[in-house]
Write a protein that binds this ligand. Structure first.
Ligand SMILES: [Zn+2]
Length: 247
């Protein structure tokens, strides 16, 4: 998720909405694709981070192998997948999703709709539903979005008053865990000792110093990050063709 946050910061620095994702192939724990929002530059509403990642995987492994590889993929995305993306990754039979903050308007993993848990829609794979775990680097993901909107507003034809432009670094909406996961899954993911966060709708980092926010992480620039990711992906040792032949 740290890598996804860095990529979101990169997007912010390049005038895109700071939303980014990393696709990890679980059996080898390697990054095999990444994506970041490209809706501003490409002027297309569907250039969401997840779609760009899916395209990379298709390109690297071939569309015919998409399903066999997706069943072992874990997606880390800074913002909850929207309804469209939640549905796309479900059809491809993704294994699991981790995300940072909720997507209040379009969230497809529990905020607006529970696409990931809906058994009535089919997956092309054996995985009919997937778990989507919220709350990883949640405040960092929210802060990056706030940076973006404050900046956007500065460029707006009718800038709002100074008062409205103040960047809030201290208050965060509470996280309604039960919209996304149940108590048992929470305990499996974060440990029984942290269950009070589930019950209180509080962040895992609440009560920690600096609001639990890794400011260094979101305030640095990552101009080499794409290069690093590309190298990492090129060096990954997944040989999906071999795997399929063996099976
Ligand atoms: Zn989307």
């Amino acid at each position: 998720m740290k890598s996804a946050i860095k990529l979101a910061r990169y997007a912010l620095d390049h005038n895109e909405t700071p939303v980014a994702c990393i696709f990890v192939y679980e059996p080898t724990n390697e990054i095999i694709a990444y994506g970041m929002n490209d809706t501003n530059k490409s002027h297309t509403g569907i250039a969401h981070a997840e779609f760009l990642g899916i395209e990379q995987i298709k390109h690297k492994f071939g569309s015919e192998n998409l399903l066999s590889i997706f069943k072992d993929i874990i997606l880390y995305v800074t913002v909850e997948p929207c309804i469209m993306c939640a549905s796309a990754i479900k059809q491809l039979g993704i294994k699991k999703v981790y995300f940072g903050c909720g997507n209040d308007r379009f969230g497809g993993n529990g905020t607006v709709l529970n696409i990931n848990k809906d058994k009535s829609t089919i997956s092309l794979n054996d995985n009919t539903i997937y778990d989507s775990i919220p709350g990883l680097f949640r405040k960092e993901a929210i802060m990056l979005l706030r940076y973006f909107y404050v900046r956007e507003n500065d460029h707006a034809p009718k800038p709002r008053t100074k008062k409205e432009r103040i960047l809030d670094k201290n208050t965060f909406p509470s996280i309604n865990w039960s919209s996304y996961i149940d108590r048992n899954l929470f305990a499996r993911e974060f440990g029984v000792d942290n269950l009070y966060h589930f019950d209180q709708n509080s962040d895992l980092t609440d009560g920690k110093q600096n609001n639990g926010i890794d400011w260094d992480l979101i305030n640095s620039s990552y101009d080499n990050h794409i290069e690093q990711l590309t190298k990492e992906i090129e060096n990954s040792h997944i040989n999906i063709h071999k795997r399929i032949k063996i099976q």
